[in-house]
Design a binder for this molecule. Structure first.
Ligand SMILES: *Cc1c(COP(=O)(O)O)cnc(C)c1O
Length: 359
């Protein structure tokens, strides 16, 4: 809260809690298993490290503000022309740019809840009104989301697979939903976990958006491509949408090293996708083991699973911490657990087994 003797800020900031770094949890044996942020558990590939090192030699210069080479590489990879693409400092930054591009007083933005934690924060910052539509059975309720559209709705996020529940929306239901959205309202398909999807019913947003000018697709280098620490994401959309987003770009924000690493990662995609495949196999193993322990959980198409723990969530999180396993709790709702390396997943499964037998 502000008082008369200190600088005044926007009242919306009173709703924000200042960032507090998570505590590193350590097991009695000194082990730490970080399963809280859905990162790739694999370090960068040698070819990517080489590109990072080479780019490091050029950081006395500003980055290419147009991200030309990166955008060309993305365009070639996905078979679209460059004018359909906008990049940002992570796809979170692209979401922020989108909200800045549509945001003005009175504008409504719809998203499912619970979904990605960044949506409400970015919406508040952009000064738009959040309209949250509850998940139904851990899934997007697309019919209810369509019912929530008003003439003030300018943007709708669909997180597919949904963070933190891992659930997906299928092609038919998504098409039916899109048919109900007015042409002047933008639908943003956040596909941060697309590379982990194995369910054929889930549409590839990039194909689906081709004949829909009001659909934008967000992708990121942070998860399957293993570059979370370098912050690069992108949007593929109609050139009018891409243009609007580019106008809100904080100059030079995607740095030289990040641009080079993202290009190198696109070149190394075969190797990276082998790692994704091993994570998908681990996901199936973890889900099987959890079922065997008696847990029920929604089917996940992402690199994490969701345990609906309700009031037990923080107790479970503490049990994980005692074993050196960090997970992402949402108090009163559940815990999101990333799929890591086999050893990490086993450490987590030992906690869930013990917890299950005690509770
Ligand atoms: C992790 C994640 C992202 C990626 O964010 P970056 O800014 O690209 O690191 C985007 N959307 C969702 C839903 C995520 O979970």
């Amino acid at each position: 809260m502000s008082d008369a003797n200190t600088p005044r800020f926007r009242s919306v900031l009173d709703r924000f809690v200042a960032y507090r770094p998570g505590k590193t949890v350590v097991s009695p044996e000194g082990k730490s298993y970080k399963l809280s942020s859905n990162e790739s558990p694999f370090g960068p590939l040698p070819s990517v490290v080489d590109a990072i090192t080479a780019a490091g030699g050029q950081v006395n210069r500003y980055p290419d503000n147009g991200c030309t080479a990166l955008i060309e590489a993305i365009a070639a990879r996905h078979g679209v022309s460059s004018d359909h693409i906008a990049v940002g400092c992570g796809s979170v930054a692209v979401s922020q740019m989108l909200l800045e591009a549509v945001g003005e007083p009175g504008v409504e933005v719809i998203y499912a809840w619970r979904s990605f934690e960044a949506y409400p924060l970015l919406a508040d910052l952009a000064g738009v009104t959040s309209v949250r539509v509850p998940l139904s059975d851990e899934r997007h309720d697309l019919a209810a989301m369509a019912d929530a559209i008003t003439e003030r709705t300018r943007l709708i996020f669909i997180c597919n697979p949904n963070n933190p529940t891992g659930t997906v929306v299928g092609e038919r239901e998504l098409e039916a939903f899109l048919d109900r959205v007015p042409a002047d309202c933008l639908v943003v398909l956040d596909e941060a976990y697309r590379e982990y999807v194995r369910d054929d019913a889930v549409p590839d947003g990039l194909a689906l958006r081709a004949d829909r000018p009001n659909v934008a697709v967000l992708r990121t280098f942070s998860k399957a491509y293993g570059l979370a620490g370098l912050r690069t994401g992108f949007m593929v959309a109609h050139p009018v949408v891409a243009d609007a987003v580019r106008k809100t770009y904080l100059p030079f924000s995607v740095n030289t090293v990040a641009q080079a690493a993202a290009i190198a990662s696109l070149r190394a995609e075969d190797e990276l996708f082998e790692r994704v495949e091993s994570t998908v196999k681990e996901r199936d193993r973890v889900v099987g083991a959890l079922h065997g322990q008696g847990w029920t959980l929604p089917p996940s198409e992402a690199n994490f699973v969701w345990l609906r723990l309700g009031e037990a969530t923080m107790d479970f999180t503490a049990a994980c911490a005692d074993a050196g396993v960090s997970v992402r709790p949402f108090a009163g709702e559940g815990a999101r657990i990333s799929i890591g390396l086999t050893e990490e997943n086993d450490a987590m499964l030992a906690v869930t087994a013990a917890y299950r037998s005690r509770n």
